[in-house]
Ligand binder design. Structure first.
Ligand code: AMP
Ligand code: GLY
Length: 423
C-alpha cells in the first residue's frame, strides 16, 4: 500500500517509524517532512495549503491512504477534499474538526449531551464578560480561554478580578488572538491530574489507545511558560481500567454519538485532554490529531503484531474492528530537546553532535522535530523543539534512567531539556 504522511515534526517522524514496520506498506511518502525522515520515506515537495496539489499528487502516485499529522490542514478541510476525490484519509472532516477549532462548539456539545466538563459561559461582548466575572458565579481562580486555536497561548488562569479583566481585554478588546479570540470562554478552574487520552474513532465505533502524560511547561517549575510539550511518558498504570471505562462511556461515546447526530461523524484519532478530578474524568479540550510529544512515547508500546497501518486504514474506511488495541505493559519516556530560548526567540543553525551514539543504544529511539543537515552533513538545529529522545523500559523509572543516560552523549550547548520527565 502506498501511503502519504503530512507533517514534519517529531510526531510525524514517530508515525513514519511505526508505519514502516507494516507488512502491507509498499511505499511511504512524507510532505514536507525533513532530512532525518529520508531513510523512512520519500520527501515530497508540495504546497500542503493547496488541497489541489495534494489530491493531484495522490492521484498521480496512486496513494491509498493519507495520514494528516498537524491540526491546521485538518481544520482547513483537507480531509474533505481528499474524500471528495475518493482518496482514503486518516483525519476528520472540517465540520468534525470543530471539536478542536472551536472550544465553544465543544462546550455546547458537552452541555447538550451531559458530557462532564468545567462549568462555563461564552462571551463575545467585553462588558457582559466582565459583569459575569463580577457576578461571582464562578469563583477564583478561573480560566479565560480564546475560542479558536492559539498555539497553546489562548488559555489564561486568573486569580483576581484584575487578571480576569486583563485576559478579557487582551482577547475581546486588543484582539491579541485575532479571530481565535473573538469569542471567549470563562470557566471553572479544575483541580486534579491532567492526562492525554487517545481513541481511534470511525464514526460510531471507538477503540482506546490509552493515555500519556504531557509536560507543558518549559522548565521544571510550574511558573515557567507553556510550550507545545517538553516531554511525555506512557505506561499502563497512568489510569485504571475502571477510569478508562468512565472516560469511554461518559466522554468519548457521547461525543461521537453527538457528532453523528448532527451529521458530522468523526473519523480519525480523537485526543481528549482530561482532568481526572478525584474519581471523575472531566473534559478540558479536544484535539483532532495525535498529541506531540505524547504519541512518541505511545507508539513504541504497540505490540509487534499490531499493524498500525491496517488499523489506520480501517478507521479511514469506517471498518474499525472494536477489539482493544493492545499496547504492551512496558513504559516509554520521551524527552524533548529544545533550542535555548524556546518558546520565545531562539537561534537556528547550531551544530548537534552525538546522535549516532545515542541512536545506537538499545532501547533508545531518536525522532527529529526540527533539524536539518548543513553542507558538511552535520545535523543542525532548525526549530524550537528540535529532538525527541525516547527511552523504553519495563517501568517508567527504567525508561527514564535510560533516556537520561543517553542524553549524556548529546553535544549541543545551545539546547536544553527538562530533567523531570517521567517523575
Ligand atoms: P487547553 O488548551 O484548553 O488544553 O488548556 C491548556 C492548559 O491549561 C491545559 O492543559 C491545562 O493545564 C490548563 N487548563 C485549561 N483549562 C483548565 C481548567 N478549566 N482548569 C484547570 N486547568 C485548565
Ligand atoms: N502535547 C499537546 C498537543 O499535542 O497538543
Amino acid at each position: 500500500m502506498k501511503v502519504l504522511v503530512i507533517g514534519s515534526g517529531g510526531r510525524e517522524h514517530a508515525l513514519l517509524w511505526a508505519l514502516k514496520k507494516s507488512p502491507i506498506l509498499t511505499e511511504l511518502y512524507v510532505t514536507p517532512g525533513r532530512p532525518a525522515m529520508e531513510n523512512l520515506g520519500v520527501l515530497v515537495d508540495m504546497n500542503i495549503k493547496n488541497p489541489i496539489d495534494v489530491t493531484q499528487f495522490c492521484k498521480r502516485e496512486n496513494i491509498e491512504l493519507v495520514i494528516v499529522g498537524p491540526e491546521q490542514p485538518i481544520i482547513d478541510g483537507l480531509a474533505d477534499n481528499l474524500v471528495a476525490e475518493r482518496i482514503n484519509v486518516f483525519a476528520p472532516s472540517q465540520a468534525a474538526a470543530k471539536l478542536e477549532a472551536s472550544k465553544s462548539f465543544t462546550k455546547g456539545l458537552c452541555k447538550q449531551y451531559g458530557i462532564p466538563t468545567a462549568k462555563y459561559e461564552c462571551f463575545v461582548d467585553e462588558g457582559l464578560a466582565k459583569n459575569f466575572i463580577r457576578s461571582n458565579k464562578i469563583k477564583f481562580p478561573l480560566v479565560v480561554k480564546a475560542n479558536g486555536i492559539a498555539a497553546g497561548k489562548g488559555v489564561m488562569i486568573c486569580n483576581t478580578e484584575n487578571e480576569a479583566f486583563a485576559a478579557i481585554n487582551s482577547m475581546l478588546v486588543e484582539k491579541k488572538f485575532g479571530e481565535s479570540g473573538e469569542e471567549i470562554i470563562i470557566e471553572e478552574f479544575l483541580i486534579g491530574e491532567e492526562v492525554s487520552y487517545f481513541a481511534f474513532v470511525d464514526g460510531l465505533k471507538a477503540v482506546t489507545l490509552g493515555c500519556a502524560k504531557d509536560y507543558k511547561r518549559a522548565y521544571e517549575n510550574n511558573d515557567s511558560r507553556n510550550t507545545g510539550g517538553m516531554g511525555s511518558y506512557s505506561s499502563p498504570s497512568i489510569i485504571s481500567k475502571d477510569m478508562e471505562q468512565k472516560i469511554i462511556q461518559r466522554i468519548i461515546y457521547p461525543t461521537i454519538q453527538a457528532l453523528t447526530n448532527i451529521g458530522t461523524p468523526y473519523r480519525g484519532v480523537l485526543f481528549a485532554g482530561l482532568m481526572i478530578c478525584k474519581d471523575n474524568p472531566k473534559l478540558l479540550e479536544y484535539n483532532v490529531r495525535f498529541g506531540d510529544p505524547e504519541i512518541q512515547s505511545m507508539l513504541p508500546r504497540f505490540y509487534e503484531n499490531c499493524d498500525l497501518l491496517k488499523l489506520m486504514l480501517s478507521v479511514a474506511e469506517g471498518k474499525l474492528n472494536t477489539k482493544v488495541v493492545e499496547l504492551n505493559n512496558k513504559a516509554a519516556v520521551c524527552v524533548v530537546v529544545a533550542s535555548k530560548g524556546y518558546p520565545g526567540d531562539y537561534q537556528k543553525g547550531e551544530t548537534i553532535k552525538g546522535l549516532d551514539k545515542i541512536e545506537s543504544i538499545p532501547g533508545i529511539l531518536v525522532f527529529h522535530a526540527g533539524t536539518k543537515l548543513d553542507e558538511s552533513g552535520n545535523w543542525v538545529s532548525d526549530g524550537g523543539r528540535v529532538l525527541n529522545i525516547v527511552g523504553e523500559g519495563n517501568t517508567v523509572e527504567e525508561a527514564k534512567g535510560k533516556v537520561y543516560s543517553a542524553l549524556n552523549f548529546l553535544e549541543w550547548p545551545g539546547g536544553f531539556f527538562r530533567y523531570d520527565i517521567g517523575s
